[in-house]
Design a protein around this ligand. Sequence first.
Ligand code: COA
Length: 384
Amino acid sequence: MRDVAVIGIGMTKFGELWEASYRNLFVEAARAAMLDAGVDRLDSMYIGCMSGGLFVGQEHTGSLMADYLGVAPIPATRVESACASGGTAIRSAFLEVASGMSDIVLAGGVEKMTDVDGGMATYALATAADAEYEGFHGATFPGLYAMIATAHMAKYGTTSEMMASVAVKNHENGSLNPYAQFPGKITIDGVLSSTMVADPLHILDCSPVTDGAAAAILAPVEVAEKLGVPAIVVRGIGMATDTIALHGRKEITHLGAVEVATKKALEMANLSINDIDFAEVHDCFTIAELCVLEAMGVYAPGKAGPASLAGETKRDGKFPINPSGGLKSKGHPVGATGIAQVIELVKQLRGTAENGRQLANAKRGLAQNMGGSGGSSVVTILEA
Ligand code: COA
């Protein structure tokens, strides 16, 4: 396998973007990434998108985007693994470059979620759960994560304040991110007094519904050197799956796919979790960030909540988590999220994170992207 680097990044602002269409969002992010890398051609591209069909009535995304980006006839493929579609696009692009098949490959992600009403958005998202055993009975993602939260509270004594501390920290980070959908700072009391969505999760425990796109260009390390752009090297990538339905799991507070994907990525990089300086993780709900940190081995089961409340995951804490603001504050256009996580890693590793968000000593970062209630996960480790 060849050594692969991320050589260019670009994204749109995340939010409710009425003035931008599905295709325009993607093209804006892709052109920004190409400009950043200094390339005027692509060999191939992969586009993470969870549900163009249900959100905007558009399938055949690969061809549409190649056409409007002006790069046809290159191969262009939509990849889908629910909210882990972006991470899956990174993995596909990595495999194509590492194998020697192509040199310059774009991994992008896009979702336009606000053209439909809230009920339809909730339905579209819920199709990533088990349709027969969960969706048919009315389960939604806030509902499924509320069940995980309730079990975590009962088993480990995790409290609503501990979960709220995740949202407070991520909004504090997001307040410094010019691309964030909800950059406002919040307090623990504010989270606890916000509208209840699915007990015990309040609206401020939930990631929002978002429009947005993101793109990264992957190439062999020597191409980065030739182009004179900083090479942020892909040290490891792991992907894993778990039962799609919560009832199939031995323990619903444990995210098995996250554990396996993290182990695979660390093994490939020949590193341990202690060698990682910071991470972007999939905080689609506050409880998800806590369960992910426990599954990745950053904290023992039940210990992530107290650590978060104690400030250990803040930008100046022991293990900074979600310096971008995470899905909670930055927004969660599901297909684009995994790419946006990698973009934050690249900014931190280049030392260019905006507005004082830059971490001290960011040499190695990890991005953890997750589909559904943990039915799939992709973990990517990058190094400066
Ligand atoms: N965080 C912060 N503020 C939010 C928010 C969020 N997650 N969601 C909405 N808001 C704000 C809105 O801007 C709006 O403010 P305004 O009245 O000042 O304009 C207000 O809260 C109400 O917004 P609205 O759009 O009416 O909320 P909603 O009830 O339709 O949707 C959720 C709220 C939480 C149900 C929706 O965001 C949601 O489903 N989130 C989860 C998405 C998801 O499941 N993703 C996949 C994960 S696996």
